[in-house]
Write a protein that binds this ligand. Structure first.
Ligand code: PEP
Ligand code: MN
Length: 352
């Protein structure tokens, strides 16, 4: 349920109403929008009568039930206002959301050694990326495949962060590693295979770093949003949703089916920012540029692109990784469409 306050409602009145809700055993959440304040109520609200709540203050404009099973993640919960996730990076805050330039995340699938991660960081930064990605702990189908260098790779990510000024995005697979990961990561990634690891979702929800929640490869949009709800219910509102391709009947030519229809669908359901990952989505580097361009045209807030200095020798996901040179070219191509939709850094500066 949400309580929409009138424009100009006094802070003391909002405070008083929130206190009253607390006395009723609810947990009110104040959401400050561009024009209005909304008080979100999650909990035992079924027996509450919206008309009765309306009576408790003349400053209440309206009281609405959130019909979706996901509450905090729903667009209704913010009364139709889209949210942004602000990530603190060494170079300063980067906002990911609809009113900001497309934030590009780039880097190798796995952190392999210091030279490759630092070199890749510098190259992708020069091309315009805002974040470096790279796995220290890798979810691999085979236990005999490279599992990531673990804790030592976190140190290498810290070195790349320092050398480049980029924000770091890396995956957590085991809650036991979370504390070490958040010392280095500016955004914590929950991978497709753990999207419904509810214990892990609660843990990442209980810490402060923004969370990148990848869509499970066979998960519905409702299941994905309920997974986001777990993180938000645990106290962390800063969730970015990442589409990375789903399993369909044809896996011969592409690794997954990149579901770009999530862009308009999610926009109608949730206020959360959206990232598209055409690298895992297609599994082939040749197909990445077309899908990256399509994602920008369809309104994505962010892109994740795998880049490796020598894809043929990569320890994981080489076939879908671009070389730094190809990434340079891609960024130039994307700038054209990015400027057209007014979501590219240069365009934003020109218009200011
Ligand atoms: C990754 O980002 O390298 C990764 C393993 O992604 P996903 O969880 O989408 O497969
Ligand atoms: Mn990968």
């Amino acid at each position: 349920m949400i309580v929409v306050m009138k424009v100009g409602s006094p802070a003391a009145e909002i405070e008083r109403i929130s206190k009253e809700f607390e006395d009723w055993g609810l947990s009110p959440e104040k959401i400050v929008g561009k024009h209005k304040v909304v008080i979100g109520l999650v909990g035992e609200t079924a027996s509450l009568d919206p008309l009765q709540i309306q009576e408790i203050s003349p400053w209440i404009e309206t009281v609405l039930r959130v019909e979706q099973p996901f509450k905090r993640a729903s667009l209704e919960y913010r009364h139709g206002e889209y949210s942004e996730v602000i990530v603190n990076t060494p170079d300063g805050p980067v906002a990911v959301g609809q009113h900001h330039p497309v934030a590009v995340v780039a880097g190798p699938c796995s952190v392999e050694n210091e030279a490759m991660i630092v070199e890749t960081a510098k190259r992708v930064k020069a091309a315009g990326a805002k974040f470096l990605r790279g796995g220290a702990y890798k979810p691999r189908t085979s236990p005999y495949s490279f599992q990531g260098h673990g804790e030592s790779a976190l140190g290498l990510l810290a070195a790349a962060r320092e050398a480049s000024g980029l924000g770091i995005i890396t995956e957590v697979m085991d809650a036991a590693d979370l504390e070490k990961i958040v010392e280095v990561a500016d955004v914590v990634q929950v991978g497709a295979r753990n999207m419904q690891n509810f214990a892990l979702l609660k843990k990442v929800g209980a810490q402060d770093k923004p969370v990148l929640l990848k869509r499970g490869m066979s998960c519905t949009i409702d299941e994905w949003l309920m997974a986001a709800e777990y993180i938000m219910a645990a106290g962390n509102p800063n969730v970015i949703l990442c589409e990375r391709g789903i399993r369909t009947f044809d896996g011969k030519y592409t690794r997954n089916t990149l579901d770009l229809s999530v862009l308009p669908v999610l926009r109608s359901l949730t206020h959360l920012p959206i990232m598209i990952d055409p690298s895992h989505g297609t599994g082939k580097s040749d197909y990445v540029p077309a899908m990256a361009a399509a994602a920008i045209a369809a309104g994505t807030d962010s892109l994740m692109i795998e880049v490796h200095p020598n894809p043929a020798k990569a320890l994981s996901d080489g076939p879908q990784s671009l070389t730094p040179d190809k990434f340079d070219r891609l960024m130039q191509e994307l700038s054209i469409i990015g400027k057209t939709v007014n979501r590219w850094p240069q365009a934003a500066v020109a218009l200011a």
